[in-house]
Design a protein around this ligand. Structure first.
Ligand code: C5P
Length: 227
């Protein structure tokens, strides 16, 4: 690579529960690349808007909140989960609840909010490379990315994975309600007019249903190594 080549980006888009987060983290670790968890940014903004008691339909106020909120990703240094710090307060667990997910999905449908978050996301593109996890990474934010993956899994499998994750965290949820939430969120993400969830024309679609994390990580890495 010459110094004039743009920093490579691997975009990993897909619906919630497709395993994107886990795969993105593992692939970034294996490549030694940076990681952008764009969903956490939308979750953080939904959470910050809640703290300010904003009406989540008030596009202008939420966009201002998106622009003003300081969102930091901190490596705890002990091999644990990346901490998400919002205006100086650790909100790692608070933004992972189903309520926070629903708030994120609601504010993510506002074009003004998406626009306010573009530069924050572009800033993650740094050498030696970036793995960008989200819904519109390959279609809107990094359309020039040389590597694009769209990761899917059946709704039932995604609900089950989410159920196990939340149960492990001690949260009180039911499988049926999670499946319902996932289907609602998918429909909203796919039908919104701005940056709807869809695979980029040049993305490789990988279905993770019934496949191990290791197998999916290898399939994604193979794309990068193929060049
Ligand atoms: O990926 P995660 O479930 O954390 O994302 C939460 C919500 O944020 C999604 O349901 C989606 O509505 C929104 N989102 C988005 N664009 C992204 C990432 C997340 O609209 N790039």
């Amino acid at each position: 690579m010459t110094t004039f080549d743009p920093v490579p980006v691997l975009t990993l888009d897909g619906p919630s529960g497709s395993g994107k987060g886990t795969i993105a983290r593992a692939v970034a670790d294996r490549l030694g690349w940076h990681l952008l968890d764009s969903g956490a940014i939308y979750r953080a903004v939904g959470y910050a808007a809640g703290l300010r008691d904003l009406d989540l339909d008030d596009a202008e106020a939420v966009a201002r909140c998106a622009a003003e909120t300081r969102i930091e990703f901190r490596d705890p240094g002990d091999g644990g989960d990346t901490r998400v710090v919002i205006d100086g307060i650790d909100a790692t667990d608070a933004i992972r609840t189903e309520t926070a997910g629903a708030a994120a999905s609601a504010i993510a449908a506002l074009p003004e909010v998406r626009k306010a978050l573009v530069d924050k996301q572009l800033a993650f593109r740094a050498a030696p490379g970036l793995v960008a996890d989200g819904r519109d990474m390959g279609t809107v934010i990094f359309p020039d990315a040389p590597f694009k993956v769209f990761l899917t899994a059946s709704p039932a499998e995604r609900a089950e994975r989410r159920y196990k994750q939340l149960k492990a965290k001690g949260l009180d949820v039911t499988l049926a309600s999670l499946l319902h939430e996932i289907e609602l969120r998918d429909a909203r993400d796919a039908s919104r007019t701005v940056a709807p969830l869809r695979a980029a024309a040049d993305a490789v679609v990988i279905d993770s249903s019934g496949r191990s994390i290791a197998a999916v990580v290898d399939a994604v890495l193979a794309l990068v190594h193929k060049g």
